[in-house]
Ligand binder design. Structure first.
Ligand SMILES: [Zn+2]
Length: 262
């Protein structure tokens, strides 16, 4: 008896799900209430499909053929990465979005959001644009950050993540804390300072067990770099997340200017 009833239980659910898909309210451009259309859902799913990747550049062909096995080789040769899949196939990347935007709220009380919504005023009406700041990293010293803009939220995110992958760079980690003096890369090797507009970000090495002493947005970046213990100090208009993030990456880049004994 049980075998017969089970399929009956599953079928009505499946039909219901299909009905919902069909009857979801869509406007003239095929968008649902959240401003997304079916295509944008699809495109995001296809993003991680590496087997179907057909490389277009020489570098991409070399990577697919297995001639190049690490991103460092590409950096040393000085070739430019033009396909996001190159980085995808060489590194195991995680991505995160920083809250650069704000949802609508009276008296500046809007909640922080990943998507920044701006509008252009035209005769035909207001044309909104969405922008996102994406960070990618493998938590082993590689990081990339980029800004993406599009007329809808999901394409903007894809653009930002794609661009962030092309901007990938290596960050030197180490342990420069006097309280710790181990040789594991859990912190940074020395004090650095980065700047963007009015925002200054100071990064200082910390002993093991300190954790990330930083704001929520900076934590996202530092975590993706693979830093576990750090002290930070910021000054300026820190609430401008875009500048804070750029200042942080600027500081991290300065770590590469010095060579340390291993
Ligand atoms: Zn240490």
């Amino acid at each position: 008896m049980e075998n017969e009833t089970e399929p009956l239980l599953i079928e009505p659910k499946a039909i219901l799900a299909e009905d919902k898909e069909v009857h979801r309210r869509r406007d003239s451009r095929g968008r649902d209430s959240r401003g997304r259309n079916k295509e944008s859902y699809k495109r995001f799913d296809e993003e991680k499909n590496l087997d179907g990747w057909i490389p277009k550049t020489e570098l991409g062909k070399d990577v697919k053929a297995g001639k190049i096995k690490s991103v460092d080789e590409i950096f040393e040769s000085g070739r430019k990465i033009l396909e996001a899949e190159i980085v995808d196939s060489l590194l195991d990347l995680k991505s995160d979005l920083l809250n650069v935007g704000q949802s609508k709220g009276k008296f500046g009380g809007g909640k922080r959001r990943a998507f920044k919504q701006t509008q252009k005023k035209t005769k035909e009406g207001n044309v909104p644009t969405f922008s996102v700041l994406a960070v990618v990293g493998n938590e082993q010293g590689y990081i990339g950050m980029a800004y993406g803009r599009a007329k809808e939220t999901l394409p903007a995110r894809e653009k930002a993540i794609r661009k962030a992958k092309l901007n990938i760079q290596k960050i030197q980690r180490g342990c420069g804390s006097y309280d710790c003096s181990c040789k594991e890369p859990h912190s940074i090797p020395m004090r650095v300072q980065g700047k963007c507009s009015s925002v200054t970000v100071k990064l200082m090495p910390a002993p093991q067990g300190t954790g990330l002493v930083a704001g929520d947005q900076l934590k996202k970046i530092l975590k993706l770099v693979g830093i576990k213990d750090i002290y930070t100090k910021t000054s300026g208009t820190v609430r401008t997340t875009l500048n804070t993030a750029k200042a942080c990456v600027d500081a991290l880049e300065k770590l590469n200017d010095v060579q340390f004994k291993k």
